[in-house]
Design a protein around this ligand. Structure first.
Ligand SMILES: Nc1ncnc2c1ncn2[C@@H]1O[C@H](COP(=O)(O)OP(=O)(O)OP(=O)(O)O)[C@@H](O)[C@H]1O
Ligand SMILES: [Mg+2]
Length: 349
């Protein structure tokens, strides 16, 4: 038994236990996307992925701050143990034809041939695998910004899992998950969602209808922007939806929980506990979430309104080990209030 486990670990195809629930714990309110992505990874882990193409090609669409990039990071955490195991290509840097040479290296004889180390090569692809998994996660962020020649190169990657570099060597993508994210259609989607923008009717529609409508807006935008060959080579096109108030609360609670873990890991015996009242949570939500930016600002708001004031109390020696802090918000204030109960008081209470 033991040798079988070791062998599978060495070959890098360890099966990730309950990948879907691991992802669902981190990504809130986008179950359809996760359910569509996971089977491709299981297929690879079972050794049944088709040969001669990437393990999966995914296009994630939808408004800003709804979890597209976070999904790719969460997958890297689940597969490799760290969100850093992603080869990320920011397509905004390759909008002009001449910039594409930075990615694949200039062909021999061209100016700069010797100096340009391609940003995308086999070593870089291999560097984002781990002992646990031989899958490389590649993320092409904001794909709609890529120059036409980059899209043509990608076509070969999606189709045959091969990219030919400037120096004529090739990169093999057969053990890769290719993610592309895009805001295509997002403006149209938010126009539909915003009540006073003429489409108020949507607000009262069943969620399923809203989803289908948003999906069709996103797909129409994709078909307008990319060739049919390109679209046909994508395994999953998934639309991320604007986050509901409930989902946003859940994301906030995850982040508060993350801060609790951080405090107990970092401070060890000097750690303290804290409670965030309902009105303080509402205040954080108001500051950190919006229809326009989704949950994008939440991390920054938690850092500024919770982590930094707590750190300042600790640094000024106001918090004993075992103390408990009540964090509240008074109407009209633009920051939270922190009431420290010493360790002994907290025990007595
Ligand atoms: N569905 C979600 N579940 C959990 N956290 C989320 C979710 N959506 C957003 N967040 C939080 O907001 C931050 C920004 O989200 P993310 O980077 O995934 O946005 P995005 O959809 O890629 O937006 P953009 O189109 O602007 O790139 C994340 O790092 C995470 O903290
Ligand atoms: Mg993103």
């Amino acid at each position: 038994m033991r040798s079988a486990t070791t062998r599978s670990r060495r070959s890098g195809t360890e099966v990730t236990p309950d990948l879907l629930s691991q992802l669902s714990e981190r990504i809130v309110g986008q179950p359809a996307a996760l359910e569509a992505i996971v089977p491709y990874i299981l297929m690879h882990q079972a050794g049944l992925s088709p040969e001669g193409r990437p393990v999966g090609v995914f296009l994630l669409l939808g408004p800003t701050g709804t979890g597209k990039t976070r999904t790719v990071e969460a997958l890297a955490e689940a597969l490799h143990g760290s969100e850093k195991h992603v080869l990320r290509i920011d397509c905004g840097e390759f909008q002009m034809e001449h910039e594409v040479a930075k990615l694949i290296g200039a062909p021999p004889g061209y100016l700069g041939h010797r100096e340009t180390v391609p940003m995308l090569n086999q070593q870089k692809l291999n560097a984002v695998t781990s002992e646990r998994s031989n899958l490389s996660i590649v993320l092409f962020d904001e794909i709609e910004k890529a120059a036409a020649s980059l899209q043509r190169l990608l076509l070969g990657v999606l189709d045959k899992a091969v990219l030919r570099l400037g120096d004529n060597t090739t990169v093999n993508f057969e053990r890769s998950l290719i993610f592309m994210t895009s805001n295509l259609g997002a403006r149209g989607m938010s126009r539909e969602m915003r009540p006073n923008f003429g489409f108020q009717a949507l607000a009262g529609m069943p969620r399923q209808t809203v989803r289908r409508k948003l999906e069709s807006i996103a797909l129409t935008a994709v078909r307008k922007r990319f060739s049919p060959e390109f679209v046909n080579r994508i395994d999953v096109i998934s639309t991320y939806y604007p986050l509901s108030q409930e989902a946003l609360f859940q994301i906030l609670d995850h982040q508060i929980e993350g801060l609790r873990r951080h405090i107990s890991n970092r401070l060890g015996a000097r750690a303290f506990s804290f409670e965030v009242t309902e009105s303080a949570r509402l205040f954080l939500l108001e500051q950190g979430a919006s229809a326009e930016y989704g949950a994008r600002e939440m991390k920054r708001v938690v850092l500024r309104q919770l982590t930094q004031p707590l750190a300042s109390l600790v640094a000024r020696g106001r918090v004993d080990a075992g103390a408990s802090i009540l964090i509240d918000h008074k109407p009209g204030d633009d920051q939270l209030s922190f009431m420290v109960q010493s360790g002994e008081e907290a025990l007595a209470a």
